[in-house]
Design a protein around this ligand. Sequence first.
Ligand code: PAF
Length: 280
Amino acid sequence: MRIVNRVFELREAIKTWRSNGESVAFVPTMGNLHAGHLQLVSTAKKKADRVVVSIFVNPTQFGAGEDFETYPRTEREDQEKLAAENADLLFQPSVADIYTSDAKTIVTVTGLSDLYCGASRPGHFTGVATVVSKLFNIVQPDIALFGLKDFQQLTVIKTMVRDLNIPVEITGVDTVRESSGLAMSSRNGYLTDAEKKVAPKLYYSLCAARDTILTGNRNYADIEQQAMQFLQQAGFQPDYFSVCRSSDLKKADAEDMDLVLLVAAKLGKTRLIDNIYFSR
Ligand code: PAF
């Protein structure tokens, strides 16, 4: 696996592949790779001739007082994992490689970026959309893969790609879970041993709400309220629990068939998110 830091080096490598008629899949990450990321890479391997992975802890998607400084950086381990997964190229730029100090352009997917996680983390999805559009322009992949665990992020990116006619196919890949049901996340490493025992209840709350809906209950406001109460009693500080239409994340009504349940909650100092999607 080749490792490059500079945009021009990456472009040279990709130009060579393109001249051989090879297709390119792209997996953007912030590093601290776990089984969920490696699943993205192994899926990418099946979909294209070459796989590029980026590791870039993007400062613009962290708010003031969030964990940008302390976000786990595990460069050596990440490189070993990606090499073992047969990724072709790792792009590991510095902040200065990605952002010029006088940059004047940002990308905002309006509306969608202000809901749910966007409401609690103002500017977060503008940071995500801006860096992902920049990375797309740098790599120019045929296909890009993202985890379905960040369902709202994936919806923001799909909307951006549609609205800006970016020529890339976006693929969502299923969430990888611990045997307890806890969705894999780089932030799980912040949990204490005691919190690790409680954390799987987040997924349990989603499964319980889904099962209630599948038995015919359409009182979504009530289901949301009960889930919030359950999480509070379990020791979380719930942020939101929402029954949404999976297509555009608007609040679901009784007619909607394709649903996603979105949840975010703090456990101690750690903010966890998860979701479950299904057709009823
Ligand atoms: O999901 C992530 O790791 C990040 O939000 C992403 C998509 C790599 C953009 O920085």
